[in-house]
Design a protein around this ligand. Structure first.
Ligand code: GDP
Ligand code: MG
Length: 667
């Protein structure tokens, strides 16, 4: 059994359940594929009985035995087999004046705004009674029709309404044709008496209304004929749209999409109930705006939910590869959802709202686009850096080739991926970021070259350090006047080899001559600092003491021919001792300061200048290093201390020699 709804209750309140009821009836997505019919007529003329019979509805029927009136208001029910909404207006009794008449007028307005067909139910014996209740109602319908559709009558033709007269308890003595003629005549008379708006005084009834007539036999006296006749009306007039009698024609349709019907009827009832001016075209326009907004906001809800998984990652700086697809799919889905329902509403409203929706979509996506372009920039730079360093690790490369290949590749990738997320129809652009990327990539390659140059310098510095480790030890172990000349000569030879190798390696990195010159200074300084460290190692207190002791012993224990001395009492032990000590202390003086005999062997230390700083980083040690100070090897105090300790060692050796003589005499 189809459920029914009390659309307007006895207190004249509009139901809040219509939307859900329409959805229960399966009409939410029906678009224009549905119709509304209403019934009018005096009370207890079998209206509800008829509707239930025709459409399988479940309206209350007055109880035969009690003859109590059914609940007042407007009821709605869906026909069982066709997409048709049926409205049953209760409480009409033209014989009573006042309250009921007001409600009758209001329900007529309400019904007319929604229904394509009005069923006018009457007894056969009421036909020709011009003063009858139905005739008053019809006059009302015609009058309100003008006011309701006045706006559309200026622009386009107002929708037509079918008035279907159902003549009940037709005995058959007066044929339908006669009844039709009588009623048509009456209706024309009513039409003529209706006051018409300016400019429409000549309007004819048929511009606004079509008329139809059906007769039905007495339900109780001729039940079989009644059944037969009602089922033929159901099929011919409402069921089969190929039948010539079919009356649910498009020209009668009020063009309210099913999804907007609930809101439309509610606002119509509100106007009617509060006695406000009601013009349907304006209501339709308002409905269009209301519904288009509602449909758009539904679409946007889904749209926003689609963006949730990508929004955060993109915002926190992650490159999200599926972003383009998500943006395209979600905006298409939103617009498609909007279109699928909103297209039925007034075109200008629909188009304007669609534009607004597209704008909102684009405004929502734009920050994601901007973030993603930024992420693409970062990704390109990071990957470019990595690739450069990786490729420069190989033994053979041409720096400019590597830079060109890799930067082209990364710029292409950037453009490709940025293009992919630049949605059609937007003013979005990645050009500025692309320009920035180019600049930043140049910065990266410069930095990368600087890193490589520094690495080469470090390698060369290490090999100098290694060589210095050997020759410094050899030279300082055999002190003589040109000890520093030898150290500096060998250092200079080692440095020259490194410089030559540096020039070759640096030029492979596309360095200009000026850059090579500037950075060679760093190699030279670092080489000197390494050398100095080796000299310090070889001039530590322990090493020097050990060396001095060796020199002294050579002089004291061996004679000029290198034969070990055997001390005899006649020997001048004191004299030899003093000579050897003097000789050794004189050699100690050589370690004071790096000072070649030949001035041309002096090292030239290049100062740190801005030119080098433009190309590579310079270490703090290098910058703070003082060449002048580095020439001093032993301080005065240090030398005195060393001399003191050496003398003690020498004294011990001397005493030992003395004791050996004494013991040989006593033997
Ligand atoms: P409504 O007030 O117009 O909706 O009338 P109802 O459908 O409630 O019916 C009112 C009374 O009329 C009920 O007692 C019905 O049994 C009776 N009725 C229904 N159909 C017919 C009919 O075709 N002829 C007559 N004479 N009575 C009918
Ligand atoms: Mg009824």
């Amino acid at each position: 059994m189809a459920s029914r709804l009390h659309v307007v209750n006895e207190d004249k309140e509009f139901s809040s359940n219509l939307t859900s009821q329409l959805s229960d009836w399966g009409l939410s997505d029906a678009g224009f594929n549905y119709n509304v019919v209403s019934v009018f007529g005096s009370q207890s003329t079998g209206k509800s009985t008829l509707l239930n019979k025709l459409f399988g509805t479940t309206f209350d029927v007055m109880n035969e035995s009690q003859r109590r009136q059914t609940t007042k208001g407007i009821w709605m029910c869906k026909a069982t087999e066709i997409p048709l909404l049926v409205m049953d207006v209760e409480g009409t009794d033209g014989r009573e004046r006042g309250e009921d008449q007001d409600f009758e007028r209001k329900s007529a307005l309400f019904s007319l705004a929604a229904s394509s067909v009005l069923l006018i139910n009457m007894w056969e014996h009421q036909v020709g009674l011009y003063q009858g209740a139905n005739m008053g109602l019809l006059k009302t319908v015609m009058e309100v029709n003008f006011s309701m559709f006045i706006a559309s009558s200026q622009a386009s033709k107002p929708p037509k309404t079918l008035l279907l007269f159902v003549i009940r308890d037709h005995i058959g003595t007066t044929p339908l044709e006669n009844l039709r003629a009588t009623l048509t005549n009456d209706i024309e008379n009513i039409w003529n008496s209706v006051s018409k708006p300016e400019g429409l005084s000549e309007a004819s009834l048929s511009d606004y209304f079509d008329l139809g007539f059906v007769t039905l036999p007495h339900k109780l006296l001729q039940p079989e004929e009644f059944d037969k006749q009602t089922s033929s009306v159901r099929n011919g007039y409402f069921g089969d749209n190929t039948s010539t009698d079919y009356i649910l024609k498009p020209q009668y349709h009020r063009q309210i999409p099913a999804d907007g019907l609930s809101h439309y009827l509610e606002t119509i009832w509100d106007k009617v109930q509060n006695n406000k001016d009601l013009d349907v075209p304006t209501q339709q326009e308002l409905l269009a705006q209301y519904r288009c907004d509602e449909i758009a906001s539904e679409a946007l809800k889904v749209f926003h939910s689609r963006l949730v998984p990508v929004k955060k990652p993109v915002e926190v700086g992650k490159f999200v590869p599926e972003l383009g697809r998500v943006m395209r799919d979600s905006s298409k889905e939103a617009l498609d959802t909007f279109d699928s329902t909103a297209f039925r509403y007034a075109k200008p409203v629909y188009e304007k709202k669609r534009e607004e929706l597209a704008e909102t979509i684009s405004t929502t996506l734009s920050p994601l686009y901007i973030s993603q372009v930024k992420n693409l920039h970062k990704k390109a730079i990071d990957s470019y850096k990595k690739e450069l360093h990786a490729r420069l690790k190989s033994d053979s490369y041409d720096f400019s080739d590597v830079v060109k290949e890799s930067s082209t590749h990364h710029l292409d990738t950037f453009v490709e991926q940025a293009k992919e997320i630049t949605l059609a129809g937007t003013a979005w652009s990645y050009v500025e970021t692309l320009e920035q990327l180019k600049l930043d990539m140049e910065g990266v390659s410069a930095e990368c070259r600087s890193d490589e140059l520094s690495k080469i310098i470090t390698q060369l510095e290490r090999s100098i350090q290694k060589e210095a480790g050997e020759f410094v030890e050899v030279c300082l172990n055999a002190p003589d006047a040109d000890m520093w000349d030898k150290v500096l000569e060998r250092f200079s030879a080692s440095l020259e080899r490194s410089k030559a190798s540096y020039v070759i390696k640096a030029s492979r990195l596309n360095s200009t001559d000026a850059e090579v010159d500037a950075t060679t200074g760093s190699l030279v300084r670092r080489a000197w600092i390494s050398l100095r460290a080796k000299i310090d190692e070889q001039c530590s207190e322990q090493v020097l003491l050990f060396r001095l002791r060796g020199i002294f012993e050579d002089k004291f224990r061996y004679d000029d021919k290198g034969i070990p001395r055997v001390w005899r009492p006649i020997d001048d032990i004191e004299g030899v001792y003093a000579g050897a000590r003097e000789h050794t202390l004189n050699l100690l003086k050589l370690y004071r300061r790096i000072e070649p005999q030949d001035a041309s062997h002096a090292f030239v230390y290049p100062p740190v200048d801005d030119a080098v700083l433009d190309v590579i980083k310079v270490s703090d040690i290098e910058e703070a290093f003082s060449y002048e100070e580095s020439l001093q090897v032993l301080g005065e105090a240090k030398e005195a201390q060393l001399a003191g300790r050496f003398k003690k060692d020498a004294d011990a050796i001397y005493l030992e020699a003395k004791r050996s003589v004494v013991s040989s005499i006593s033997k």
